[in-house]
Design a protein around this ligand. Structure first.
Ligand code: 13P
Length: 248
């Protein structure tokens, strides 16, 4: 179902001590001003339990940055979707551009990961986004369209309730260069109409990610096809993160 959502992807940041500090600071912010938007943190897997131990707000939940494409078995180092679900994880990132680029995740891997999420009642946050060269060549809509089609067409038993899409233009991630509200809206509108025409899902949530911060969140979130954000750097600062979640 379509709803507003802000998720903070901590990536490979924090230690046990600084994760506790960040969670405490987020708690303080949420106590100061109760929030009505759905909000979630996606810490490194080791620290997930700290985040699920406490009920920060009825709208607060916890995600995982990556899950295994396989069911349980002899896959050393992997974390299964069933394990994540049993640890109260609600969301799993799938296809983040950093995983595609540095860990060679293929479209088939991503389709399998989404299947594992659906089987285990986890919402897959499926990430797509073009590189700078595609933006410059003007080919970006086609690139994102292919990313969406190539993966979602392969997923068996796709379930709209278990899927969120995140548009994260690679050139905007961690660069300080945010897509303008118009640039983001154009791609979000394309994704919405594509998912609707191919899969009949007309009320999917589509998040924007890439240098989203308190100063630009409002203009992004006001766009008709932007339902929230997947936040990186700014999610490591509790005040900024909660301010972004309050930008609807
Ligand atoms: P930044 O907000 O640091 O650009 O990161 C975005 C991102 O990759 C979230 O998954």
């Amino acid at each position: 179902m379509r709803r507003n959502l802000v998720l903070g992807n901590w990536k490979q940041n924090t230690t046990k001590e600084s994760a506790v500090e960040l969670l405490d600071a987020i708690k303080l912010e949420l106590e100061k001003a109760p929030i009505s938007t759905d909000i979630g943190v996606i810490p490194p897997a080791l620290f997930i339990e700290m985040a699920t131990e406490e009920q920060y707000s009825p709208h607060f939940s916890v995600g995982i940055q990556n899950i295994s494409k396989t069911q349980k078995g002899a896959f050393t180092g992997e974390i299964g979707a069933d394990m994540a679900a049993s640890a109260s994880v609600k969301y799993a990132l799938v296809g983040h551009s950093e995983r595609r680029a540095y860990f060679n995740e293929s479209n088939q891997d991503l389709a399998q990961k989404i299947e594992r999420c659906i089987e285990n009642n986890i919402v897959a946050v499926f990430c797509v986004g073009e590189e700078l060269k595609d933006r410059k060549s003007g080919n970006y809509l086609e690139v994102v369209k292919q990313q969406v089609n190539a993966v979602l067409a392969e997923v068996k038993h796709l379930d709209i309730e278990k899927l969120v899409i995140a548009y994260e233009p690679v050139w905007a991630i961690g660069t300080g260069e945010t897509a303008t509200a118009e640039q983001a809206q154009e791609v979000h509108a394309m994704i919405r109409s594509l998912v609707n025409s191919k899969l009949g899902f007309n009320d999917i949530s589509i998040l924007y990610g890439g240098s989203c911060k308190p100063s630009n969140a409002k203009e992004l979130f006001i766009q008709p096809d932007i339902d929230g954000g997947l936040i990186g750097g700014a999610a490591l600062n509790a005040q900024d993160f909660v301010a972004i979640a309050n930008s609807f």
